[in-house]
Ligand binder design. Structure first.
Ligand SMILES: [Ca+2]
Ligand SMILES: [Ca+2]
Length: 162
């Protein structure tokens, strides 16, 4: 019985090694688009995102990209904006960034945040943190990430080792 188990283990190792062989190694990635599939209807207090003189208004969506598991005051980049929208108007695709959104260190965490743009102090609506290494095995061209009732899909262009 011991022998058979050893043989099976060896066979599995060989199978693993051979399946790794023809797989190209991912060395970096770049986010080419972010699509907001759903966002919170209200803030944590249950209030509307925006108010003006005549009452509540819908949020003005933009996305930001950060290195690390939390939001910094100095994001790598931000996007264009969709003004005064509801979930029913979506999904919302962002693909015009002010700087390349690179996943250049695969072991790092990255965070995408959705904001309601305001002239003074935009409101953070939701954050999505992921580690680039979570996806390098399959190197999918798009991944969906959820946080509570919010979700986004991210398009990633991977660069492979020669
Ligand atoms: Ca607001
Ligand atoms: Ca706003």
């Amino acid at each position: 019985m011991k022998k058979i188990t050893g043989f099976v283990a060896l066979a599995m190792v060989l199978l693993f090694v051979s399946s790794c062989k023809d797989k190209k190694e991912v060395i970096s990635g770049e986010i080419t688009a972010v699509t907001i599939l759903s966002f919170p209807e209200t803030d944590a207090d249950g209030d509307q995102w925006d108010f003006d003189l005549i009452g509540s208004e819908n949020p003005d969506l933009e996305v930001q990209f950060n290195r690390g598991a939390s939001i910094s005051n100095d994001p790598i980049g931000s996007s264009e904006r969709y003004d005064d929208v509801t979930n029913a108007d979506g999904p919302f695709t962002f693909d015009e960034f002010d700087a390349p959104w690179l996943l250049d260190v695969l072991t790092d965490d990255y965070t995408v945040a959705i904001y309601d743009y305001d002239v003074i102090g935009s409101d953070q609506m939701a954050t999505f943190t992921f580690n680039a290494n979570d996806y390098t095995d399959d190197a999918p061209s798009s991944v969906t990430i959820s946080n509570g009732s919010s979700s986004i899909s991210i398009n990633i262009m991977w660069t492979f080792a020669e």
